[in-house]
Design a protein around this ligand. Structure first.
Ligand SMILES: O=P(O)(O)OC[C@H]1O[C@H](O)[C@H](O)[C@@H](O)[C@@H]1O
Length: 578
């Protein structure tokens, strides 16, 4: 089933001497050990000899998808005939970030419903989405491989009730489930009479699922060209199969990433997308972080950081540019190349070649995993966070409140929390002072060259808050000369959260939480969205602390916007003094 007429995306490398030599040597050993053939033969010994062979269903996802293209085409026809104005996808991590990229890249197709993605428990963000769509004319896609993830389940409970109210009847026909066979979500969908149930392949992990029904069902509903995406993905899959190693694009990219990280500690994979392809970064970071960030090793993806001159960066950066052919490359890349940073330039001939890019990055990540010596298909630290969160929501269900906690310092509307180890270290470094500037300065002074700073904000991901987080992260990058991540909780827990906890211990974290001006009830559950989000932040912090990470939590009491402004001002002052 090859694809006549289509051509491959263009991939070019500018690698420093040491990386280029390492890649050449690695290509020879890959050829000698026939590792590419063994990947396709699903041999787990290419990696750690663990359970990797059970997680390679993504290799055949493009072909499987094309074999079942009729199911997508029939579904698309049904959706169109249903007269929906909106499609709202409820899911997390791999189940939401693939669809989100597709939405951002392909937009709203005239004559089709508009696709929206909700991957938050923030009450303001949930309420905003409920107000944005026409609930009576929305098709809801509840998307969860396992079926047991907390967020899609409570979002389902909320939107089921909202749709029932808007329609004045059981809204089952307006709901679609995408889930793995025999999951609790399948049961829920059957009990509630969902209009459609699509099954995923249990041999594909969430982060590798975009070319399976988890990406293609929402794509079909929004009127996107599913066949074109899959044909392109298949073309790339074939290019990563039986070809000499030196012309295998996925192998080359994966080796460049793996060699740079293992030999030069050049492990901050910095995504530089053109405006049209900027959203791919959020999908790529979940793929890279969850796959590689574990047992103290891994690549740390850096998304949406504006490019700067070489002087802004440490030697730990690896730049990956993705753009459409015809779009000029970012002018800041040339000086970085000249300064000896590894730079990969990927050009898509058209937007449908995004299908190729998905597969290319998947294959490359699996290859980088071999070089790093890890199992790219497990996510031990995500599970740990889920367990910690569940303990807190269970406690809430039993007692009506979250277990009490005390800040170790309070400065006006900013309250500071940490585990005893972090709190002691910070108080000591602040010379006993407990004002915000001194504590923030103490936290920032823990940052060393080669580290990264993670701003982890458990607030609504609105454009205003994104702008705030971007402002703060760039200020930190320029002041500290390290990589920065600006993430929203709980979304990142299902993505980069794995690497922050399980990857290299080079992250310095500032978690931001806030009182919620308005909370939202969840029908059928004892807790609210605000309680869930608070429990998630605490569960996240507990695991960061258990993993010996340098972490500080700032809780904003009172009005959020004012608190964010004060925090930004205090960070600025702290930076000047550090
Ligand atoms: O699709 P679900 O089973 O709901 O999982 C959603 C997400 O949950 C976890 O965080 C996994 O680590 C992710 O890889 C996954 O995409």
């Amino acid at each position: 089933m090859s694809v006549p007429g289509n051509k491959l995306l263009s991939l070019s490398f500018a690698l420093p001497e040491q990386v280029a030599a390492g890649v050449t040597a690695a290509l020879q050993s890959w050829a000698r050990d026939k590792r590419v053939q063994r990947i396709w033969a699903r041999d787990p010994k290419v990696w750690t000899g663990g359970r990797e062979g059970e997680w390679l269903g993504w290799l055949s996802a493009p072909r499987d998808g094309l074999e079942h293209i009729k199911q997508y085409e029939d579904f698309a026809r049904d959706v169109k005939a249903g007269g929906y104005t909106d499609v709202l996808l409820l899911g997390m991590g791999g189940s939401s970030l693939g669809p989100e990229v597709l939405k951002e890249v392909f937009g709203h197709v005239p004559g089709w419903p508009e696709l929206h993605v909700l991957d938050s428990t923030d009450p303001e963000q949930v309420a905003e989405m409920a107000a944005k769509v026409d609930l009576a004319k929305t098709l809801f896609i509840v998307s969860s491989k396992s079926g047991s993830t907390l967020e899609p389940n409570i979002l389902f409970a909320y939107f089921w009730a909202a749709a029932e109210k808007a329609l004045g009847k059981a809204p089952g026909a307006h709901f679609v489930a995408v889930t793995d066979p025999n999951s609790s979500m399948e049961k829920t969908a059957k009990e509630h009479g969902f209009g459609h149930i699509f099954f995923g392949n249990p041999q594909i992990g969430g982060r590798y699922s975009v070319l399976s029904p988890f990406g293609m069902v929402p794509a079909a509903a929004a009127g996107y060209n599913v066949r074109g995406l899959l044909e392109n993905a298949l073309l790339m899959a074939e290019a990563c199969t039986n070809v000499p190693p030196e012309v295998n694009p996925g192998l080359e990219l994966g080796l460049a990433l793996g060699v740079a990280a293992t030999r030069l500690d050049c492990d901050k994979v910095t995504y530089v997308g053109s405006k049209k392809l900027a959203a791919v970064g959020a999908w790529l970071e979940q793929l890279i972080a969850e796959s590689t960030g574990k047992i103290g090793k891994g690549l740390v993806p850096i998304d949406a950081e504006a490019l700067s001159g070489p002087e802004a960066y440490g030697r730990d950066r690896f730049f990956v540019d993705l753009r459409l052919a015809g779009e000029a490359p970012n002018p800041k890349l040339k000086p970085l190349e000249a300064a000896g940073f590894p730079v990969v330039d990927i050009q898509l001939a058209d937007l449908l070649q995004l299908g190729q890019a998905f597969f290319l990055f998947e294959f490359a990540t699996a290859v980088a995993g071999v070089e790093l010596g890890i199992d790219p298909f497990d996510q031990p630290d995500v599970e740990f966070s889920k367990v910690e969160t569940r303990k807190l929501t269970t406690a809430y269900g039993e007692t009506g409140k979250l277990p009490p906690e005390e800040p170790f310092a309070v400065d006006g509307d900013l309250a500071f929390y940490a585990d005893p180890r972090n709190a002691e270290a910070l108080k000591k470094a602040a010379g006993g002072r407990t004002d915000a500037v001194s504590l923030l300065k103490a936290q920032l002074e823990r940052v060393k060259p080669g580290d990264y700073v993670g701003l982890l904000a458990y607030i609504a991901r609105t454009s205003g808050h994104i702008a705030w987080a971007q402002e703060v992260r760039h200020m930190l990058r320029d002041g500290l000369h390290v990589a920065t991540a600006a993430e929203f909780g709980p979304r990142f827990l299902h993505s980069t959260g794995q690497a922050y906890k399980g990857g290299p211990n080079t992250g310095v974290f500032l978690q931001v939480t806030s009182d919620k001006a308005k909370d939202l009830e969840i029908p059928g559950h004892p807790y609210t969205f605000g309680v869930v989000q608070a429990a998630q932040a605490r569960g996240d912090f507990d695991v960061l602390a258990a993993r010996d990470r340098r972490a500080l939590r700032v809780h904003i009491r009172g009005p959020l916007e004012e608190g964010l402004k004060k925090l930004e001002r205090d960070l600025k002052t702290a930076l000047k003094g550090s």
